[in-house]
Design a protein around this ligand. Structure first.
Ligand SMILES: C[S@@+](CC[C@H](N)C(=O)[O-])C[C@H]1O[C@@H](n2cnc3c(N)ncnc32)[C@H](O)[C@@H]1O
Length: 288
C-alpha cells in the first residue's frame, strides 16, 4: 500500500481516493480508480489486521468499491463477500477483479437489504457454507434497526475470536450539521443504543461478546465461544438488574411532517441510487 498523498492510495496499480464530497464519486471513479469513504485512521485500523486470521470476510456497503479493493489488497482473504442495497453492478469493480483473477474469490451481491435477514442467511450459506467468518464489516445504512438486524443475523456466523466491525456508529454525536435540529437523521434512533447493548453484553455474557473496542469512528466486537442459536437477539443478551438503558425518543418542537429530513434522504437516495432507488422506496412505503 502506497500513500501518494493524505487522501490518495495506490493498491496493486489501482488508485483509491478518500472522499466524501458531493461530486467525488462521479469525478474520482473510473477504470482502476475507486472512491473510499473511510478516514486514514480507519485504513490504518484495517492495515493492522493484515496478517491476522482474516480469511473469510463479509462486508455490508460497497458504494463504489473502494473498500472492496482496500480489504482485498490489505487482507488478501481467501473469500471476500460484499453486498449493497443498490441494485446496480459496478463495471469498473468487476473489471478490476477480473483483471486480477479475483472474480471467484471476491464476490459481490447487489440489491441486498441488510435488514432482510432471510436473504442474508441464504447469502451466507451459499457463499461460506458451514465455514465460520473471521471478519464482518458493517458500513451500510448506519441506522439502528437495519444494523441490529444484520448484527443479530451475522454475528452467530463468526468464529470465536472473530471480529465484527460497525463503522460510523457515532453520527448522533458528530458536531456541525449533525447537531442542527437533530441532524439529517433526527427521526432515527441513534446507533449508540446498539453500542451500549454490546458493552453491556460484554459484562453479562463474555462468552457471547468477549471484548468491545469503541473508537470515535468504529466499534469492534470480538465474538466469544458461546453457541448462538438462530434467532439470536443482542437485546436479550445482557442483564441490567432491572434498570432501563433505552434511548428516549427525540422531542420535536417543529412540524410533525419531517420535510427537511425527507428531502435530505431523497437527495441522498437520488445521488446513490438514482430515480429507480426513489421509485423502489416510494413503492415499498406505499406497500406496492
Ligand atoms: C458509506 S457507503 C459504503 C462505503 C464503502 N464501504 C467505502 O468504504 O467506500 C454505504 C453504502 O451502504 C449502502 N446501503 C445503505 N442502506 C443499506 C441497506 N439497508 N442494506 C445494504 N446496503 C445499504 C448504500 O447503498 C451505500 O453504498
Amino acid at each position: 500500500m502506497i500513500w501518494e498523498s493524505d487522501t490518495k492510495l495506490v493498491l496493486d496499480g489501482a488508485v483509491v481516493e478518500l472522499d466524501w464530497t458531493e461530486g467525488g464519486l462521479a469525478r474520482l471513479c473510473g477504470p482502476d480508480r475507486f472512491v473510499l469513504q473511510k478516514t486514514r485512521e480507519m485504513v490504518s485500523y484495517y492495515a493492522s489486521l493484515a496478517g491476522s486470521r482474516c480469511q473469510r470476510v463479509l462486508e455490508a456497503g460497497i458504494l463504489r468499491g473502494g473498500s472492496v479493493v482496500l480489504l482485498d489488497q490489505l487482507l488478501q482473504p481467501q473469500h471476500l463477500v460484499a453486498f449493497d442495497l443498490s441494485p446496480q453492478r459496478l463495471p469498473d469493480l468487476d473489471a478490476y477483479l477480473l483483471h486480477r483473477g479475483a472474480a471467484e474469490r471476491v464476490r459481490l451481491h447487489f440489491g441486498v437489504d441488510q435488514s432482510d435477514t432471510r436473504t442474508l442467511r441464504r447469502l451466507i450459506l451459499a457463499e461460506f457454507g458451514q465455514e465460520p467468518l473471521d471478519l464482518v464489516i458493517d458500513d451500510a445504512s448506519h441506522l439502528l434497526p437495519e444494523t441490529r438486524a444484520t448484527f443479530n443475523t451475522v454475528f452467530p456466523h463468526l468464529r470465536p475470536g472473530g471480529l465484527y466491525v460497525i463503522e460510523d456508529w457515532g453520527w448522533a454525536h458528530w458536531p456541525g450539521t449533525w447537531q442542527d435540529q437533530g441532524g439529517p437523521w433526527a427521526r432515527h434512533p441513534s446507533l449508540t443504543q446498539l453500542v451500549l447493548e454490546l458493552v453491556m453484553t460484554s459484562a453479562s455474557r463474555p462468552d457471547v461478546v468477549t471484548d468491545v473496542l469503541v473508537r470515535r469512528d468504529i466499534v469492534t466486537v470480538t465474538r466469544g465461544p458461546a453457541v448462538l442459536p438462530e434467532g439470536f437477539d443482542i437485546s436479550r443478551s445482557y442483564l441490567t438488574a432491572g434498570r432501563r438503558f433505552a434511548e428516549e425518543p427525540r422531542r420535536d418542537h417543529g412540524s410533525r411532517f419531517p420535510l427537511p429530513q425527507v428531502l435530505r434522504r431523497a437527495q441522498w437516495v437520488w445521488r446513490h441510487e438514482g430515480a429507480r432507488g426513489i421509485a423502489r422506496r416510494v413503492a415499498k412505503r406505499l406497500g406496492l
